[in-house]
Write a protein that binds this ligand. Structure first.
Ligand SMILES: Cc1cc2nc3c(=O)[nH]c(=O)nc-3n(C[C@H](O)[C@H](O)[C@H](O)COP(=O)(O)OP(=O)(O)OC[C@H]3O[C@@H](n4cnc5c(N)ncnc54)[C@H](O)[C@@H]3O)c2cc1C
Length: 450
């Protein structure tokens, strides 16, 4: 039993089991995950994080950093671990001249997008407004501008981090260069990030939105989207989804209780050029067409991702090129009646295919398409059928699976070697050995020190 009498005094808070706040403090965004850490620290600043790390060293506890808990399902165990929840560490500073943002560890993507919007500067944010900037970026970061600019991690300028020995350092390409390299793709294995600084892109406007068709048109639209992706310019990044939406009053009528096909995404450039780029998709006569000039804040919401915690399971894979058989195999397991919310293909390639000079541990993503499926649990008894449906969905495309994985969309305990090139994985392990030899940090995707 943990002695809670000598807990560090923080400007924030440290919550022990038994406190009335305990259940809320340990809750993850993914509500299927029942996190049971030894303590939950809620630091207000970097000094608090240092105090928690030093306490953990003295008490022989491990430390797991968490922003939102979007990727909490991957964590194997939080036994004997202090969960450092960064939710109180919020704030965005935009340097409009340098075209960079510095954000504190608990900041969500929508907060960055809203702060950047008045400057016409675009962050490389993902599809969900309430995903955490730090967790997303440390895992790579696949945005709506990704085929043009590559992973968000490639555009990080500096990372402030409390290392497992309790020191606060600022890692850049020049200082603590190994740590800087490891953090950009290596996730939460190297310390607790307190702030992160990254580039923004001065588009003024981008062209973004969604097309929607009734489910009955899925085969024809999928075939056309797939053919279109083969020659689509790098400026455009899109996703194709078959969605089965429950009849919920909070959903708009065009979605509630319906099965639909959605293509959404963005063109990194002006409306006229973007309109020309997606003309072949528009020619399919969608029932709904929301493509228009989009601010950074609007871009955060085109995918209609849920903005409140939900209980769900997911499966993901990185696929190579697809053929006619693959398109049929994608759609077959997710027909109406299947217990999945959606099955998705995100178009990869372009700048995502190659790591640029100076990239970190994850500089690119292998494959042409990212396969992703989600099923929402309506009660514990639905877990088994949802898991089985998602398994079948992924298995149907096994012949096209590259075998590699993308860390951010991997939501179960997985051998981290599958996220990296062999040499990068060896280097990550060596850096872990040097920085965290006793494996104090508990990342969502652990990289062993030995
Ligand atoms: C609805 C939805 C939409 C998504 N869309 C996209 C998308 O478009 N593109 C994309 O790339 N990904 C996307 N993701 C995946 C998402 O990027 C990952 O789940 C990511 O890990 C979430 O980061 P987080 O900080 O919100 O989550 P958390 O679960 O809080 O963090 C994940 C991990 O990051 C590390 N971490 C977090 N904060 C810190 C810190 N301060 N210091 C050190 N390590 C830390 C820890 O290891 C932690 O376990 C999506 C996920 C969901 C559920």
């Amino acid at each position: 039993m943990l002695n809670t009498e000598n807990l560090p005094v923080l400007t924030g808070d440290i919550v022990a089991p038994g406190r009335p706040e305990w259940d809320l403090a340990r809750r993850a965004w993914n509500l299927t995950v029942d996190q049971r850490p030894a303590l939950v620290a809620q630091p207000a600043d970097a000094d608090d994080v240092r105090a928690v790390m030093r306490y953990a060293i003295g008490a022989g506890l491990k430390v797991a950093a968490q922003g939102t808990g979007h990727n909490a399902a991957a964590i194997a165990s939080l036994e004997d671990t202090i969960l450092v929840s960064t939710q109180r560490m919020r704030g965005v500073e935009i340097d409009a001249e340098a075209q960079t943002a510095r954000v504190r560890a608990g900041t969500l993507w929508l907060e960055v997008a809203e702060a950047a919007t008045p400057h016409g500067l675009y962050p490389l944010s993902g599809s969900s407004p309430d995903v955490g900037v730090v967790g997303y970026t440390l895992g790579g970061g696949l945005s709506w501008l990704a085929r043009k600019h590559g992973l968000a991690a490639n555009h990080v300028v500096a990372i402030e981090v409390v290392t497992p020995d309790g020191e606060l350092v600022r890692a850049t390409a020049e200082d603590h260069a190994d740590l800087f390299w490891a953090l950009r793709g290596g996730g939460g294995n190297f310390g607790v990030v307190t702030a992160i600084e990254f580039r923004l892109f001065p588009y003024g406007e981008v062209y973004a939105g969604m097309f929607l068709w009734p489910y009955e048109r899925h085969a024809e639209v999928l075939r056309a989207w797939h053919a279109w992706t083969r020659s689509a310019p790098e400026d455009v990044t899109t996703s194709f989804r078959i969605m089965h939406l429950p009849p919920l009053p909070e959903l708009p009528p065009f979605l509630s209780g319906r099965s639909v096909v959605v293509i959404d995404g963005a063109y990194a450039g002006a409306v006229d050029d973007g309109t020309a780029a997606v003309a072949a998709l528009r020619a399919l006569g969608p029932e709904i067409d929301t493509w228009a000039a989009a601010t950074p804040a609007a871009l955060s919401r085109i995918h209609m991702d849920p903005e409140e915690p939900i209980p769900y399971l997911s499966e993901a894979a990185l696929l190579g090129d697809l053929d006619e058989h693959a398109l049929e195999a994608f759609a077959a397991p997710i027909q109406p009646g299947a217990p999945v919310l959606f099955g998705e293909l995100r178009h990869l390639g372009g700048a995502l295919a190659h790591a640029p000079e100076g990239a970190g541990a994850t500089g690119c993503i292998e494959g042409e398409y990212l396969l992703f499926g989600i099923g929402v649990l309506m009660g514990p008894e639905t877990a088994a059928p949802v898991r089985a449906a998602l398994h079948d969905f992924k298995a149907a495309l096994a012949a096209y699976d590259t075998g590699s994985l993308y860390a951010n969309f991997t939501e179960d305990a997985t051998d981290a070697a599958r996220f990296y090139a062999e040499a990068s994985y060896s280097r990550l392990r060596a850096i872990r050995r040097a920085i965290d030899p006793t494996e104090r940090m508990v990342g969502n995707h652990p990289i062993p020190a030995t």
